[in-house]
Design a protein around this ligand. Structure first.
Ligand SMILES: Cc1cc2nc3c(=O)[nH]c(=O)nc-3n(C[C@H](O)[C@H](O)[C@H](O)COP(=O)(O)OP(=O)(O)OC[C@H]3O[C@@H](n4cnc5c(N)ncnc54)[C@H](O)[C@@H]3O)c2cc1C
Length: 487
């Protein structure tokens, strides 16, 4: 199957250069060699033009929140890609920027020798700006391919304001896209011409990342101009680890997902979000592995689209509950980031939320904390401090506590705008899955997005949904959690 047209966008008017030496795949978001429409498109182009395929996976140093933690996770993925691509007859070029801006010019230098450049269509963080700038500069055609989720970004022409309305849309429209899946191995039997070596003037100026760097050598990150105070975690990145995490979920956790997914102490959620974020696993792959276990076929889909959370897919209650997160909630976040450039701004919240939060912006706050106090988990609330410390140390928090974490930041900062900025800073600095469309949708959910007005109207929150640590602590067995992460 060829990559569906709806997933491909041509970003500039530059021509395909039939005299070029190779096809260049600029891998920036779907950092994997499998189930990847963008890589598949690049391979298709290489076949059409009978040219070698070069895959550039670059890691810059100067992007916001670059740290040992994020670098290590991406580098683990690069090591997996290097191993997997070694025997595929393509040229894999992992590049790690040693000094700020040292990588400038690398893409243009490669593109000057390429027939066409193919890249990933990720709708958030600094990636859209980076790709737009490249499109203006490159002398050859730049194609962007969407391999984000089951629903192509362009299949929905509006912003959805509730999960319910998006779910109804999916139930009416997703069926046609469930028969268009990426190849498990887009390079299987590729038989492409080989590129014997990249031009020396390129590899000398921008040397390939060394094996020691990819393998996680002790001092490998020390010399890089990134934030060393955010340490690497024990969670290993890459496609191999992602597959193990997926199997653990399917084997040991899935059956209890529907009943226990809101219980942080139960550990039944998949913990796939960092791998989904960095593209080490694809939503299509997760879907296929889950549905194979469920013995599902497309004929099991319900024919009516009621927008209900459960029942449409025709699988077990736990699988339905999981798909509601993986598909409805995850792709809802992609929808807004793709549709609205201001997805990370206060002004993009629903009108009712802006109004009520503004009306309560000057309400007295019984507790006010600075970014530094919040960051170091020094508030009066032990449960909140524990959640923040888990985020700072491990790069993750369970979804239920993450909601509480955000709601308290709204309560303890001087304005909703400041709360938004603090949540973005802490989430994106520490969370392995941060800087994702779902970072921004989760954070703006705290401020009312995808929600409805709630009563009674309260100080600071107005009609925005309130959550209290006391009731969370009553519902959850938090004593062990708090003592584990106490300062
Ligand atoms: C304040 C706040 C900040 C958040 N920041 C992020 C973030 O930076 N990155 C991120 O991926 N998610 C974020 N979320 C959403 C959610 O907390 C995580 O996706 C989820 O906890 C990931 O854990 P999991 O992989 O075990 O999820 P599972 O329950 O196993 O769900 C499977 C997948 O579905 C998706 N998903 C699950 N819950 C949600 C949700 N509520 N919204 C959107 N997608 C969801 C994720 O891709 C997840 O990996 C945030 C939520 C809040 C309230």
């Amino acid at each position: 199957m060829t990559v569906p047209d709806i997933r491909i966008q041509v970003l500039n008017a530059s021509p395909v250069n039939g005299e070029g030496e190779f096809i260049l795949y600029w891998m920036i978001a779907y950092r994997r060699a499998h189930c990847n429409f963008a890589l598949q498109r690049a391979a298709e182009r290489a076949h059409e033009l009978n040219k070698p395929l070069v895959i550039l996976e670059a890691l810059r140093s100067g992007y916001p929140w670059a740290s040992d933690r994020l670098h290590r996770f991406v580098l683990d993925g690069m090591a997996d890609n290097a191993r997997r691509l070694e025997r595929k007859g393509v040229c894999y070029y992992p590049y790690v920027e040693p000094l700020l801006d040292a990588g400038k010019g690398l893409l243009a230098a490669l593109a000057a020798q390429a027939c066409v450049v193919v890249t990933d269509d990720f709708p958030a963080f600094m990636l859209p700006r980076m790709v737009t700038a490249a499109a203006r500069q490159l002398p050859v055609r730049l194609e962007q391919v969407d391999s984000n989720g089951l629903l192509p970004l362009r299949a929905a022409d509006r912003v959805f304001t509730t999960a319910y309305s998006f779910r109804r849309f999916l139930q009416k429209n997703l069926r046609w896209h469930l028969i268009e899946f990426p190849e498990e191995d887009p390079l299987a039997g590729a038989g492409l011409p080989r590129l014997h070596r990249l031009p020396e003037q390129i590899t000398e100026r921008w040397p390939k990342a060394k094996d020691d760097m990819l393998a996680g050598g002790k001092r490998s990150l020390a010399g890089l101009p990134i934030d060393h105070s955010v340490a690497a975690t024990e969670t290993r990145g890459g496609s191999v680890a992602a597959e193990a995490v997926l199997q653990r979920f399917l084997d040991e956790r899935l059956t209890r997902y529907a009943e226990a997914r809101n219980q942080p102490e139960e550990a039944v959620t998949s913990e796939l979000s960092p791998y989904l974020h960095f593209g080490h696993v694809s939503a299509h792959q997760v879907f296929v592995e889950l549905m194979t276990r469920e013995g599902w076929s497309i004929g099991d889909l319900a024919t009516v689209a009621k927008g209900s959370r459960s029942g449409w897919w025709g699988v077990s209650p736990s699988a339905e509950a999981f798909l509601d997160q993986l598909v409805t909630w995850r792709e809802l976040g992609f929808n807004i980031c793709w549709q609205r450039e201001d997805y990370d701004r206060f002004e993009s919240l629903p009108q009712w939320a802006i109004k009520t939060l503004s009306e309560h912006a000057r309400d007295p706050r019984p507790h006010l904390y600075t970014l530094e106090e919040l960051e170091s988990g020094r508030t009066h609330d032990p449960l909140w401090n524990a959640a923040q410390m888990q985020l700072a140390r491990e790069g993750r928090i369970h979804n239920y506590l993450r909601m509480l974490w955000g709601k308290k930041i709204l309560e303890w900062t001087t304005s909703p705008q400041e709360a938004l900025a603090v949540m973005i800073e802490l989430n994106n600095k520490y969370a392995l899955d941060g800087r994702d469309p779902n970072s921004y949708s989760g954070i703006s959910w705290v401020l009312g997005r995808y929600d409805r007005p709630w009563g009674p109207e309260r100080p600071v929150f107005g009609k925005v949904r309130y959550m209290s640590s006391e009731s969370a602590a009553r519902k959850l067995r938090v004593r062990d959690y708090v003592s584990e992460y106490a300062l």
